[in-house]
Design a protein around this ligand. Structure first.
Ligand SMILES: Cc1ncc(COP(=O)(O)O)c(C=O)c1O
Length: 298
């Protein structure tokens, strides 16, 4: 009987397995020490979106952490292999490089053979289309701040989510959908799986520092440049959020997601703003055809 990959397909130890059967060794330091990096790329209507940019970011992340991973062409083959086997037209595709499993008593990270994993599962939404139509209720975390970029470089995609998960609990306690964290000086950074934008007095603003350089963030900046919309990437004081006519969040897992309430107060008129809706439409249009799409032959 052939294997059933319809819930997703993983690549582990050089073999493709159904996602429900994929396992990592308990002693992999990616798990026990968060000593790993990853990337996530979307497949939409049967095409990868900005695959090259995701592979570039992953290669840089591996370099920064002194992790080795398969070569670019091999990773391409693997992610196509996962998506093809799953048959998914809309997929969330993750690649992970971990430090690996140390020999008994071994402490020196340089001596451990690194491991590589990949998988494709059905597309993941941070906020689903119905929630996006309504718009999200966002809070600024008060109980937790973002881990210092001097401790964990946020431009290297990582699993150090302790602060972000505490923020999610705070959001739920405050009857909100999600949360954005400030740095130790009170500047706005990012949230659990997304970057943030605000539209203030005709200019689109997004934090420069303390954030992952999201591919969706870059896509919004590219689309805004195409539309000749003024943009600034800046140190983002919290007061800018209070001034904003519109706020939205960006992620590979959900695209451009409107925020309609901030700390319980309406943003603009309390409905998804016109610029946000326009950018959201342009974002999904760019997934259907054009230079950012790489088709999968199933
Ligand atoms: C902490 C963090 N910031 C931002 C993002 C958005 O990045 P991208 O647009 O590349 O998905 C993510 C995505 O997972 C993330 O984990």
């Amino acid at each position: 009987m052939s294997e059933d990959f319809s819930s997703g397909c993983a690549f582990v130890d050089g073999a493709y397995v159904p996602i429900g059967e994929a396992r990592i060794p308990l002693l992999d330091m990616g798990f026990s020490r968060s000593d790993c990096t990853y990337d996530v790329v979307a497949v939409w209507e049967g095409g990868f979106f900005r695959l090259d940019e995701h592979l570039d970011r992953f290669a840089r992340s591996c370099d920064c952490l002194q992790l080795s991973a398969p070569g670019r062409e091999e990773i391409r083959d693997i992610v196509f292999g996962c998506v093809r086997r799953s048959g998914l037209r809309e997929a969330y595709v993750e690649i992970i490089a971990t430090r690996g499993v140390p020999r008994a008593g071994q402490r020196d990270p340089r001596l451990i053979t690194n491991r590589f994993y990949a998988y494709a599962i059905p597309y993941v939404w941070i906020a689903n289309p119905a929630q996006q139509e309504r718009g999200l209720n966002l809070v600024v975390a008060r109980a937790v701040e973002r881990i210092s970029p001097r401790a964990v470089d946020p431009t290297v995609k990582n699993f150090h989510w302790g602060d972000l998960v505490r923020g999610v609990f705070e959001a739920y306690e405050r009857d909100a959908d999600t949360v954005v964290l400030l740095d130790h000086e009170g500047h706005v950074t990012e949230g659990p799986g997304f970057n943030l934008f605000a539209y203030c007095r005709g200019t689109l603003l997004t934090p420069a520092e303390g954030v992952l350089h999201g591919i969706t963030r870059q896509t919004v900046l590219d689309l805004a440049a195409r539309e000749r919309l003024p943009c600034r990437v800046l140190r983002f004081d919290e007061s800018l959020l209070r001034d904003a006519d519109e706020i939205f969040l960006t992620s590979t897992a959900g695209g451009v997601m409107p925020v309609v309430r901030l700390d319980g107060e309406p943003v603009g008129d309390g409905t998804p703003g016109p610029l946000t809706s326009q950018l959201r439409a342009l974002y999904w249009d760019a997934h259907r055809a054009g230079p950012w799409v790489t088709r999968v032959d199933y």
